[in-house]
Write a protein that binds this ligand. Structure first.
Ligand SMILES: [Zn+2]
Length: 514
């Protein structure tokens, strides 16, 4: 009896020491991308050769501001950027959307956990002492329906087998801007999501679309040009309601009017309504400018003089591309995405897809990184729900069809791996109800689709087992005190799921190249 008590005590002490040191960064409060980069360097400096920091690219910059370096930490035994060992590689990215502030901390937590346990040959455990790869080594007979159980259980063995490249802030421009007062307030207080590239310079002229989604060679001169716009009622103590109305510019370009203000822009009906109008006829157009309708203009039959509106700030510069709509696979989808058409093609929208596939330096950097390395799997962290998402994002009906992930079908593997991760995250069971109840799904909130999404592209063009993990339900940015309280909890919940995924991904390294 005494012996078991001693052993229990001893185990608690070891467990406390071994796992005291992850998800500590979040407790230090809000931080800029530069602060995160310094922290990465500190981690690498104290890693005994298990980690190195490098830049994987530079952002495009904003206006006169120079671009920012996109920093990554590479973690493996004998870590090096120059001598790629050819080891199977897993990439983990955070803050592809600038406002998703918990995601860089989850990335840092994973790095902290790996480095804390780099010499630990025992089966990996979470901060509650639970085994992360619990089913391993039990000699179960494997069938198509039995749980997926990775071979590796310890971090020491993991870091001999694979290398992990962690990019906590993939979109440093958008992330840092979302920490400014203006950036934090944008999109109804959800915060700034895209990068910060000036779109005015890239699209100085209007582009107009036909109803089938194809581009007019020249904007038609016999139709009203209708644009996605913001609605500014700040003069009467309201908000700036972004992307909430459509504004049409008259055929003679002398006046502007609100189009069907009772309709929601999010609806496919709006798209159809624009094209079904005949007197005058109307078309959907976009340009590198943001259009802002002022509430006080609404008095005069909703039609006002364009010259006067211009003087009152109707046209402003548009900034930013949603990097998670800029990847090459299914970038130009129209079918089933009518409700997103105006948004994804409008430079003023938070969901703007960019001026072409891989037009952004961030997406280009990622394409280069995956082309250079033997990347087998990837996690892209997001916020806004508690879900583990797998390809395809572009459709709710189309299913992945390859069979390269070592199971019955890739769709089946993705589903089961995502369900396993969700169950590990739920096992952690935080007290905060906004960070429990993780589910696995193909589409965000089961229904939402998006074109040019990173996970679809990584899987389809590079055969990478790419998933998204959404870490916080309906939340993006935080006040400092809440951040210090809830973000470490989000991190603690998510790290075990990521570690299990790394164990699983290590087995993908054995598959035959496709
Ligand atoms: Zn996101």
């Amino acid at each position: 009896m005494k012996r078991s008590v001693i052993l229990t005590l001893l185990f608690s002490v070891i467990a406390a020491n071994a796992y005291a040191g992850y998800c500590v960064s979040g407790k230090r409060g809000l931080k800029t991308s530069a602060m995160i980069n310094r922290y990465l360097s500190d981690l690498a400096d104290n890693s005994s050769g298990f980690a190195v920091v490098g830049s994987v690219g530079t952002t495009g910059g904003s206006g006169t501001e120079k671009g920012k370096k996109i920093k990554a930490i590479l973690i493996t035994e004998n870590a090096s950027w120059n001598k790629d060992s050819g080891k199977p590689t897993v990439i983990i990215t955070g803050a592809i959307h600038g406002n998703e502030w918990a995601t860089p901390e989850v990335c840092l937590g994973i790095a902290e956990y790996l480095l804390e346990n780099k010499d630990n040959a025992d089966p990996a455990r979470d901060d509650k002492g639970l085994l992360i790869n619990g089913g391993a080594g039990q000699g179960m007979k494997t069938t198509a329906e039995s749980p997926i159980v990775p071979r590796i259980t310890s971090i020491k063995q993991l870091l001999k087998t694979i290398q992990v490249i962690i990019i906590p802030v993939f979109n440093p421009e958008g992330y840092d801007y979302s920490h400014t007062q203006e950036g934090k307030q944008s999109y109804y207080g959800a915060g700034w999501r895209p990068n910060r590239v000036d779109q005015m310079a890239l699209m100085p002229e209007e582009r107009c679309y036909r109803e089938d989604g194809t581009l007019y060679e020249k904007p038609p001169t016999d139709a009203e040009h209708c644009f996605l716009a913001d609605y500014d009622d700040t003069a009467s103590d309201g908000d700036l309601e972004e992307e909430s109305v459509i504004v049409c510019e008259s055929v003679d370009r002398k006046s502007i009017s609100l189009f069907a203000p009772e309709l929601s822009v999010a609806s496919a009906e709006m798209f159809d309504a624009v094209y079904s109008s005949t007197d005058p006829s109307r078309v959907v157009c976009v340009s590198g400018e943001r259009r802002v309708w002022k509430e006080q203009w609404s008095a005069d039959d909703d039609t006002i003089d364009l010259a006067g509106a211009l003087q009152e700030g109707y046209l402003q510069k548009a900034y930013g591309v949603d990097l998670n709509r800029n990847f090459q696979y299914k970038w130009d989808v129209v079918d089933g995405q009518k409700h997103l058409f105006i948004r994804t093609r409008s430079p003023s929208s938070r969901m703007y897809r960019g001026n072409g596939v891989i037009s952004e330096q961030e997406t280009h950097a990622m394409e280069k990184l995956v082309a250079e390395r033997n990347v087998v799997a990837l996690i892209d962290y997001h916020a806004g729900s508690t879900q583990v998402l797998y390809p395809y994002a572009y459709s709710t009906r189309a299913r992945v069809e390859k069979n390269i992930l070592g199971g019955k079908s890739d769709y089946d593997v993705f589903r089961r791996v995502s369900e396993k991760i969700a169950s590990l995250l739920n096992r952690h069971g935080g007290k905060d109800t906004s960070i429990i109840g993780y589910t696995a799904a193909q589409n965000y909130n089961e229904t939402s689709v998006g074109s040019g999404v990173a996970r679809d592209c990584y899987y389809e063009t590079e055969g990478i087992a790419a998933i998204n993990i959404e870490v916080h339900d309906r939340r993006y940015t935080y006040e400092e005190a809440e951040y210090m309280k809830v973000v470490p909890e989000i991190c603690k919940t998510n790290v075990p799921g990521a570690i299990w995924f790394l164990f699983w991904a290590a087995d993908l390294g054995n598959r035959a190249p496709d």
